[in-house]
Design a protein around this ligand. Sequence first.
Ligand code: GUN
Length: 284
Amino acid sequence: MTAQLIDGNALSRQLRQQVRERTTALKERGLTPGLAVVLVGDNPASQVYVRNKVKACEEVGFHSVLERYDATLTEAELLARIEALNQDPAIHGILVQLPLPAHIDDKKVIEAISPAKDVDGFHVASAGALLVGEAGFKACTPYGCMKMLESIGLKDLRGKHAVVIGRSNIVGKPMALMLLAANATVTVCHSGTADLAAMTRQADIVVAAVGKRNVLTADMVKPGAVVIDVGMNRNAEGKLCGDVDFEGVREVAGWITPVPGGVGPMTITMLLVNTLEAAERLRP
Ligand code: GUN
């Protein structure tokens, strides 16, 4: 069997078109969704990410501002900027690009963002809302994975066993909660889980979010399973690759997300969706 691809670029285009249409409707009522992206320091990867986020905002008609600060910015100065953005009526979403320089406590900064503007979904209030099933912003990457499952007809996951490998606060843990909310049976593993293959072989859905190549190989996958690859790594030739041995696993799985062109574009798309929703909440 050769797995069918879940095309994150195509799905993103479709969702961004919907965002564009809802944005036009909102603007006709006098409200333009606004996103502030804050970058501190000159991490080269972060610079690319924030540029892409701002560009994506422009493409759907949002107002966006990129605030760039020197790595010498103090924590107090950054907290003061967050407070100003919390009060700014033109800004509906605030994203502080991580990692922050070592002298700044990123938890403190994230908790300073108003939960009503936490479009990254990293605030403890957003995480708590997800835990108890209340309306809050969902972390963008796992939210994008859920949309990918939905795109292949997997919305209600009752009776499905999902295995998540990786338990970070920004992907693994919120992913597990979103799968639970969709009625799946969920197992959360670690790259070091004893006999990981015995776990993944039971799964109808596997989400790999470790940040290490070849965490999931063909022998670990049940025939026909859906495989979502959140990893972003480089192989020996410097080519972008995920956590999944794509060539091997695609021969066993029913569906698989490629890297690049899978989960990656969905993360920014869900940031746009969250920002639009933050604005829409003001004008229901
Ligand atoms: N750094 C890497 N990924 C992300 C993300 O999704 N959001 C933020 N704020 N920083 C990141």
